[in-house]
Design a binder for this molecule. Structure first.
Ligand code: TUI
Length: 313
């Protein structure tokens, strides 16, 4: 199972791990890269020097290529980008904004740049600005999201650009991977399922919450403030919904979310923490090693294709 994405970034399976703040540490990134995918360290809202330490740690844990996800809404984004350019991981993934101004310097450093985008216009702009590939992230994904579903976003982006397209959002197993490739994707990005890996350092309570989640449990808050976020339903999301419908100020609503990720991922507070996760949480059933998760996306593809042929009478 190889695609042009594998050649672009030097991996065995066309799977990129999602850049989840507080979850995507050096340990997870190295495990995914050692398993043949592209492991990603998420900078999230961390200061640049913390990210540098994570890159160094990841290098101790794997000799395979890995990447860093730079969250562009972070106040430290410019400093993080500078550290990344100095440390030269194989790939930079960006999220939550337009990385255009950073692309020339990243490429100059010999690093591949793959922006996460949620619209056709942004995909075209990224290709024009020199991006090596794009991640087309549908609204099924966890965390900060766009509005279009993976099913509708991926084929439109595949038709609009000629660089490789990585599908993201809602891809929980081999069936999802086959669907993504059928839509024209060159690879998949997987976030939520890697939370439930042996190597992920997130709190056990958070992993248990993902495993317990059912179809309607990954809800969106923050639409009224212009930064919609998908997370598992709990006391925090209910309080968010209450504030949003009561006409509270943007500041008051945003204040509620401060520290929420740390409470969920580090302290295991599943009630007032922000349990960011995608709709695929409902399909995650157990905790496994990253290498097994990666293989599970690609084993059984022939059976799925044969199943399709058998259905067509
Ligand atoms: O970035 C993500 N997912 C995230 S970031 C994050 S941290 C956060 N926490 C609370 C509120 C907001 C952020 C948690 N999860 N995914 C990639 C992604 N990027 N999804 C959508 C976008 C995106 C949105 C707008 C990419 C580009 C873009 O362009 C805007 C522009 O400038 O035109």
């Amino acid at each position: 199972m190889k695609s042009r994405l594998c050649d672009l970034v030097g991996i065995e399976y066309p799977v990129i791990q999602g850049g989840m703040a507080w979850v995507a540490t050096a340990e997870l990134a190295a495990a995914v890269s050692n398993g043949g995918g592209l492991g990603i360290i998420a900078a999230g809202g961390a200061p640049a020097e913390v990210v540098r330490e994570q890159i160094k740690k990841c290098r101790e844990l794997t000799e395979k290529p890995f990447g860093v996800n730079v969250m562009l809404m972070s106040p430290f984004a410019a400093d993080v980008m500078q550290v990344v350019i100095e440390e030269k991981p194989a790939v930079v993934i960006t999220g939550a904004g337009n990385p255009g101004k950073y692309i020339p310097a990243v490429k100059e450093a010999g690093i591949k740049i793959i922006p996460v985008i949620a619209s056709v216009a942004m995909a075209k702009k990224m290709e024009k600005d020199g991006a090596d590939a794009v991640v087309a992230e549908g609204t099924e994904a966890g965390g900060h999201i766009g509005e279009i579903t993976t099913m509708c976003l991926v084929p439109q982006i595949v038709d609009a650009v000629s660089i490789p397209v990585v599908a993201a959002g809602g891809i929980a197993d081999a069936r999802g991977a086959v669907a993504a490739f059928a839509l024209g994707a060159d690879g998949i990005q997987v976030g939520t399922r890697f939370i439930c890996s042996d190597e992920c350092i997130a709190h056990q309570n958070y992993k248990d919450a993902v495993i317990k989640a059912k179809d309607r449990d990954a809800v969106v808050t923050g639409r009224s403030t212009g930064a919609p976020v998908r997370a598992l339903k709990n006391k925090l999301t209910r309080e968010y919904a209450r504030l949003e419908s009561s006409g509270a100020s943007k500041e008051e609503i945003e204040q509620l979310g401060v520290g929420g990720l740390r409470r969920a991922f580090a302290e295991g507070d599943v009630q007032t923490g922000s349990l960011m996760a995608g709709q695929s949480a409902a399909m995650v059933k157990n905790i496994e090693p990253c290498a097994d998760i990666i293989r599970s996306y690609f084993e059984g593809i022939d059976d799925i294709l044969n199943g399709i042929r058998e259905k067509m009478i």
